[in-house]
Design a protein around this ligand. Structure first.
Ligand code: CA
Length: 231
């Protein structure tokens, strides 16, 4: 499968160079020169990754990142000028997966992109995932703990696999709502996600009140504990 990447960067030289580097690695690339166009393209196409410049005319990069993360699990790498460290921290706080400061090393940029995409590819290739004493069978939609089957509803299973497939990354409740239930943001959606997370915790966590696996990221969403991914 060819991965499709959206670049949102207003400086034509940098956008052109990023496009060239990514195309050279075999990725399909689309460039947006404003945040507005980026959001539009994101809504119209299925991308696997977004490279997002923080300083954009019109809607700024942080707002773009925030809007995308509120409806999607797509990973975002933010680009920032070196003197804007606080923007990078804000970007990571609202859920960007990684950041690169300009000027950047081309090789390093490609490696970071590859690392994020390989995590996504990894989950697609798995028949089952083992985490501590859990086994998640992705072919049969079954979960076992210490060899014993745990009964999950289809929505609970979808919620668990969505979280595990992005283990270590924060997912907003809106993105879970969309991914698991197919709903856009609606009143009551936050509560529905919360209730289902609580049910799932009761079934899989040793102590649901002090979760080890499904963690709250206050004000941002949920994060499954990071897991080692072996090929
Ligand atoms: Ca810029």
């Amino acid at each position: 499968m060819q991965h499709k990447i959206l670049i949102i960067e207003d400086e034509p030289d940098i956008a052109g160079m990023l496009e060239y580097l990514l195309r050279d690695e075999g990725y399909e690339v689309i460039v947006a020169y404003t945040g507005e166009d980026g959001l539009q393209l994101h809504a119209e196409h299925e991308f696997h990754l977004i490279v997002l410049d923080l300083s954009l005319p019109g809607i700024d990069g942080l707002t773009v990142c925030n809007r995308i993360k509120q409806s999607s699990t797509i990973p975002i790498i933010i680009l920032s000028a070196r003197d804007k460290d606080s923007d990078v921290i804000s970007g990571l706080e609202i859920g960007a997966e990684d950041y690169i400061t300009k000027p950047f090393n081309h090789r390093e940029f490609i490696l970071r992109v590859g690392k994020i995409l390989s995590r996504i590819k990894w989950i697609d290739k798995q028949k089952e995932i083992k985490i501590d004493d859990f086994v998640i069978n992705l072919e049969k939609d079954e979960v076992y703990k210490s060899g014993k089957r745990i009964n999950l509803t289809p929505n609970e299973f979808a919620l668990l696999t969505c979280l595990v497939s992005r283990a270590g990354w924060v997912i907003s409740w809106q993105a879970l709502l969309k991914d698991v239930w197919g709903h856009e943001d609606w009143e009551g959606g936050r509560e529905m996600v919360k209730v289902n997370i609580q049910r799932l915790r009761k079934k899989i966590e040793p102590d649901p009140h002090s979760p080890e696996y499904i963690l709250n990221e206050w004000g941002k969403g949920y994060r499954f504990k990071n897991i080692d991914k072996e090929e």
